[in-house]
Design a protein around this ligand. Structure first.
Ligand code: HAM
Length: 409
């Protein structure tokens, strides 16, 4: 006898099962990402989720490499990492074909990432991320384009300008300022780390003084950023405390926040990284881009009532109660499918019509046809509107698609 299993029904900690409604939301998010990225001239690429562990050890973020990667040994003793972000992969891909590719390159991808984080609001162990990056343009117009693309995506989701704020800073300006203040490399690093924690720590001034070895004037730093605020056609804020966690950023960095106060962490962000390709022994290629996650965006959409209404994909259920009727139902379904109607078929001798209708309603199916001896003989069908219960007169198969596709007529 087989013993009943006690396997858990939960998914692995921090990852999601996507049931059809969750999947529909994710598809909607991806569609917006794809549509707007392509509108700005970006082409889609992809890469494997598996990368060699070294890729991240070279130049990314200490926290990610030492605490957040999923790294294991494969059967050939190679150290493998599930990608925690896309930037090193895309940099590798560009470096590998540098001579064949025509710059500027505008590339985007929508892929899943894994980070071993403590699951909490806005942070999971697997998320999907849009990455949009331009390679080969040192000019600030590329920085502006990347921010404009981020803005356009938020607008396409239906967000209005007062629901989110784009905060911009510059690693280069910060670095210059800190050098002018006489800080050495270690002190600079600790200042950046402390700035990155701003908002999460209480005694910021004290910590900053400790990191820098002196008192720094934030106002002065902010003034140094004023030049970043060019004419984009929408508002951005300059904020010196935006530094971002990765070591590879060299210039402009930005993060986007929800203004409602409901979602505290940044919704997404990015920046310029002009030297990353050098880790592959390639010449430097200027690059700028961002990563936008599906988890934080879904939270944002939900907070601002911007979630799309779920519509079920199946329009029609055809029900039959005998093998002969089922054969007939299948032929009718094939005809309708050729006309692009999504049709499901259920056959059951003992199924009550009421039960079938309830099932259709719970499955979000809008229309229902019952096949009986009369329908087989006349080859015309009454279409029931599942929600209202109203039934049409008997109509020919050639009229069914029209009836379903133009409701209310
Ligand atoms: P990141 O800020 O680490 O940047 O991630 C980008 C976005 O991905 C985050 O702002 C957030 O929306 C989402 N995200 C990151 N980690 C998680 C998580 N554990 N759970 C849910 N969502 C998450 C990067 O990864 C850079 N590589 C982006 C970039 C591209 N910079 C230049 N080009």
């Amino acid at each position: 006898m087989i013993e009943k299993s006690r396997l858990s029904k939960d998914s692995y900690k921090g990852v999601r099962d996507l049931y059809p409604e969750d999947m529909a939301l994710q598809k909607y998010i991806f569609e917006v990402w794809r549509k707007v990225s392509e509108r700005f001239g970006y082409s889609e690429y992809s890469a494997s989720i598996l990368e060699s562990a070294e890729l991240y050890e070279a130049k990314t973020s200490e926290e990610i490499v030492s605490e957040q990667t999923y790294t294991f040994k494969d059967r050939g003793d190679r150290r493998v990492t599930l990608r925690p972000e896309m930037t090193p992969s895309v940099a590798r891909m560009v470096a590998a074909k540098r001579r064949e590719l025509s710059f500027p390159l505008r590339w985007y991808s929508i892929q899943n990432m894994f980070r071993y984080e403590r699951p909490q609001k806005g942070r999971l162990r697997e998320h999907w991320q849009l990455n949009a990056d331009i390679f080969g343009v040192p000019d600030p117009y590329a920085d502006a384009e990347i921010i404009s693309l981020a803005y356009a995506i938020m607008r396409e989701f239906g967000a209005s300008d007062n629901q989110f704020v784009i905060k911009v800073s510059s690693r280069a300006v910060l670095d210059n300022y800190l050098s002018e203040q006489g800080l050495n490399e270690n002190q600079k690093k600790s200042v950046m780390k402390t700035l990155d924690k701003k908002g999460k720590i209480e005694n910021l001034d004290e910590q900053m003084e400790k990191a820098a070895g002196k008192v720094l004037d934030f106002n002065e730093m902010d003034q140094n950023l004023a030049t970043l605020n060019g004419d984009l056609g929408f508002e951005i804020e300059t904020d010196m405390s935006i530094v971002r966690g990765f070591d590879y950023y060299t210039g402009m960095v930005f993060e986007v926040f929800d203004t409602s106060g409901e979602n505290n962490r940044s919704l997404f962000g990015g920046g310029r990284y002009d030297n990353l390709l050098e880790i592959f022994g390639s010449d430097a290629v200027p690059a700028v881009g961002f990563g936008m996650g599906d988890v934080t965006i879904a939270d944002f959409l939900s907070t601002h009532n911007l979630l799309p209404e779920y519509s079920y994909p199946t329009s029609l259920l055809i029900m039959s109660k005998s093998d002969e009727e089922f054969e007939h139902a299948k032929k009718l379904a094939d005809t309708l499918r050729e006309e692009r109607i999504n049709v499901a078929l259920n056959n059951g001798e003992n199924t009550k019509i009421d039960t079938a209708l309830k099932h259709a309603d719970r499955s979000g199916i809008l229309y229902f046809i019952l096949i009986g001896p009369e329908e087989i003989k006349s080859e015309s069908y009454r279409i029931r509107d599942v929600k209202s219960g109203k039934e049409s007169v008997a109509i020919a198969p050639s009229k069914i698609a029209e009836h379903i596709l133009t409701p209310g007529e």
